[in-house]
Design a binder for this molecule. Sequence first.
Ligand code: FE
Length: 344
Amino acid sequence: MRRRLGLSMTAAALLMSSSLASHAASEVNIYSYRQPFLIEPLLQAFTEETGIRTNLIFAKKGLETRIKAEGEFSPADLLLSTDVGRLQAAKNQGIAQPVSSEILHQNIPARFRDETDQWFGLTTRARVVYASNERVADTEITYEDLADPKWKGRICTRSGQHDYTIGLIASMIVNDGEEATKTWLEGVKANLARRPTGDDRAQVKAVYAGECDIALGNTYYMGKMQTNDKEPEQKEWAKSVRILFPNSKDRGTHVNISGMMLTKYAPNKDNAIKLMEFLSSAKAQQIYAEGNFEYPVRQDIEPSELVKSWGSLTPDAVALGKIADARQKASELVDIVDFDAGAR
Ligand code: FE
């Protein structure tokens, strides 16, 4: 018996307040940063196939802290997240456990999973250039090119400290080295059309409005804008740009993942591993990637037609875990060059 008497007050309170504190045999409990609408179709298919029920708790932040605080009494089996930084941080906090699964190894390429099997990628998204159809003729670009003075006053991006930007800068550190990345970052800063502000879509909107000629953003936002019936003006923003996949001709484009990890004290470990394996299956990969205009991690599954229409993605071959480890340095560089002050 792992569950013993003598829970701390905090653990006991958390346990009782949790809606997941049931001990029924055939279920799996998921803490998720991914929105329920993306995951629920998959969970339904999983339950139909296996008879294992799923319970989902969604939050925008704090799930690792919660798992840590709940300790060995945590009902959480799986953490679903976007951004490898979060998964790596969870691993470093000691709240994950390794999963040894032939199926996961076969389905998920090594660069999209942790080398100690403590997290696994499920979908990828690339950090790309959105180029103005009117004002940019280039058909190819590298991240390194973004520091070229020819782009002076023409680039828009969100904050340097945002997870997405940090991931890109970390990939530059791994590929080009720290010194070169600092010089590069200063060059990009000097080319900014305005102070970094707003989210990825706001940068594309700025290209549409003529404030800048190229913007940095994640690929799936193209899909979200192109299909946005609630805010149809976003379809116009999308029409004003096309995606260029940086470094397609050399090391490949920087990608990040959405992924999963098994918690250290997972009470339904066997069921959780079944779900992990299911999420890496061909069927689940397709549904999951299409739901958010992402790319399946599996190389044998094609992205959706809409995603394919943007061009073809060659992901950076460097292991994502290595890039995750460079994030701290990346964040320091952003401060050192005072990136978020803009070009001035
Ligand atoms: Fe996003």
